[in-house]
Design a protein around this ligand. Structure first.
Ligand code: FE
Length: 349
């Protein structure tokens, strides 16, 4: 009974979203194929360029895209609560750990697709075929160029060296970006070393953790502190004529090039086990791996396309090429709870 009600409510809110999107959707449909079907997407991505992509898909296929946007954990819980009556066809998230949680929650179904297997590299898809990466982003070191390149700083591990005492500023450890990074270090170095690392970095803080990636980029550029860790797409956002000055004040280090590779996180999509529009959803997944869709997905947020042979924006390319850590999403996901504990123990707020 409760489930039926929930499903009805979910259907209602999807209907409402579809209605909101319709003024554009109708035009799209009249220009392209007539609407012959639909898919329901639960997504934690919220970029305008993604909307253009959905419309392109509708024009090409006649399949209407309805969407619900919320934080990934809320979407996973919602799909679980809706149970077999869930209208959700696809789950889209922006974090490897959340893809793993969706796996663990048992809400995803495997997709057998030659297209996806050819286009998405093996380390960017679930070995059991329950999800496929759409884009990736790297977490890299930035430093204030005017103060000189920090000597002996080439890895994440080096950030804990006493040589950098009083020079590092970071955002809170509650950020999923920092949690995923420490989870990857637990996988590589073991929990003891990872915990000692968190303590070492805290001992090097110039100020207590604050702000987000953007404010820490600005703080390093302004010389308020010397060193920070940020995602590549936030840096690329500063490659505009108005913001260029900030980017020009920064040096960039892709960490761990001689060791494990730079930590990358990913956004990805998986077919929901109870998907009412299964065939359409698989068609959409395959479309997401196409060159044009990959460009929409990656370029709109300055990310790296997950599909082979698709180039990122020039602003992203200008940051440099690097060796990425091929660690699997499940390795990251299963260590995230431990990572949060280690950050707490280190008093990295
Ligand atoms: Fe972000």
């Amino acid at each position: 009974m409760k489930r039926t009600l929930l499903a009805a409510l979910a259907g209602l809110s999807l209907g409402l979203l579809a209605a909101c999107a319709n003024s554009d959707g109708e035009t799209a449909a009249t220009e392209g194929k007539p609407i012959t079907g639909e898919i329901n997407i639960y997504s934690s991505r919220h970029y305008d360029t993604d909307l253009a992509l959905y419309e392109d898909f509708t024009r090409a296929t006649g399949i209407k895209v309805n969407r619900i946007e919320a934080e990934a954990d809320a979407l996973i819980e919602r799909i679980q609560a809706e149970g077999e009556f869930s209208p959700a066809d696809l789950l889209i998230t922006t974090d490897a750990g959340r893809l793993w949680r969706a796996e663990e929650a048992g809400i995803l179904a495997p997709v057998d697709s030659k297209v996806l297997e050819e286009r998405i590299p093996a380390n960017l898809r679930d070995p059991q075929k329950r999800w496929f990466a759409l884009t990736t982003r790297a977490r890299i070191i930035i430093y204030n160029k005017a103060k000189g390149a920090p000597q002996g700083l080439a890895t994440y591990e080096d950030l804990a060296s006493p040589a950098f005492k009083g020079r590092i500023c970071m955002r809170s450890s509650s950020s999923v970006y920092n949690i995923a990074l420490l989870a990857s270090m637990i996988a590589h170095d073991g929990p003891e070393k990872a915990g000692a690392w968190a303590k070492g970095v805290v001992a090097n803080f110039q100020r207590p953790p604050q702000g987000n990636d953007v404010s820490n980029i600005e703080a390093v550029a302004a010389g308020e502190c010397d060193i920070s860790l940020v995602n590549t797409y936030y840096l690329a956002r500063f490659a505009t004529p108005e913001k260029r000055k900030v980017l020009d004040a920064l040096g960039i280090i892709f960490p761990n090039q001689a060791t494990t590779g730079t930590h990358v996180n990913m956004s990805g999509a998986g077919l929901v086990k109870t998907a009412p529009n299964r065939e359409n959803a698989i068609k959409f997944l395959e479309y997401l791996s196409s060159e044009s869709a990959q460009k929409y997905l990656a370029n709109g947020n300055n990310e790296y396309p997950a599909a082979k042979g698709v180039a990122p924006t020039s602003a992203v390319e200008a940051l440099g090429t690097f060796k990425a850590d091929p660690l699997s999403a499940s390795e990251i996901g299963r260590n995230e709870a431990r990572a949060a504990q280690l950050y707490n123990a280190a008093r990295w707020n």
